[in-house]
Design a protein around this ligand. Sequence first.
Ligand code: AMP
Ligand code: FES
Ligand code: ZN
Ligand code: ZN
Length: 323
Amino acid sequence: MKCRKCGETAVINMRQHKLALCADHFGQWVPAQVEKSIHKYKMFTPEERVLVAASGGKDSLALWDILLRLGYHADGLYLGLGIDGGFDYSGESQRKCEAFVSKFESSNNPEVASPDSWTPTLHILSIPELYGASIPQAAQRVQRGRGKPCSVCGLIKRHEMNRIAHDLGYSALATGHNLDDEAAALFGNTMTWQVGYLARQGPVLPAQDGFARKIKPLCRLYEREMAAYCLVRGIDYIYEECPYSLGATSIAHKELLAELERRSPGARQNFYLSFLKAKEEGFLDDHQVPPARMHACERCGQPTTAPDLCAFCRLWVRVKSQE
Ligand code: AMP
Ligand code: FES
Ligand code: ZN
Ligand code: ZN
């Protein structure tokens, strides 16, 4: 297969776009797609500072690389979760983020269109060091050994990502969710008609008092495109998934959608993009929940609807009481 732009050997064929590209042209095509999404969904402006939630996986490291190549001021945040899984999953993920950012520290990297001497920073935060328990330990104590730690993990990650983005004055918090992730989430929310979630699902969640703006600049790119981008760009990432993700419903939904995609290229993209279009046209407008009355959590100050402590602080109170 030949590259549509130059006739060299193609490294990827994107059937949904009827487009095959060589390594060079694919390496340029991806950032151009991300730039389009940033403008289309008004994610942020060149003057704004963005914090990329970097997990060490392909999507978030590719995202960080793309934003830097596009000339944006993008720093990273790695949250150490203390997950081992028999292969030091968290330690390995952190090392991938550190290796990624260290490439940019040798200042004269011509690939990065950063102004004057600015180089990206990786903020690292360790949950076990800060709060005295790893995610599996915290979950074990509050769930009394039942179930996976994923919901506890989600709550802690959301709180901490928001806290750092807000406290350090970033305009937006960018996550590496790709089109496969978003389509699977949409599928899950539709299966159970979670109208509230559907009304909030999208590439941008606007800032609210105390909550940073959340953005998903990769929402129109397939997971396999992100893997290919890392390969083309020489980005080393952690291949293993979180050991607790095995058997997750979202993975089953991804597999179903992948099968649909195989039969009908572009199906997954159509599913997600037509949903966004329908939303733009007012579908679900009646289901937009008016902002709830929030007040500051007595312990951490983050907005909450609960009477005293937010869910994150309540969780740690319970974890401590089970020590
Ligand atoms: P997940 O919820 O694991 O599918 O991850 C979704 C996105 O959340 C990733 O693409 C990252 O942007 C972010 N993320 C996940 N885990 C971490 C972490 N440990 N530290 C920083 N960001 C993370
Ligand atoms: Fe949080 Fe897997 S990443 S439990
Ligand atoms: Zn080419
Ligand atoms: Zn709190």
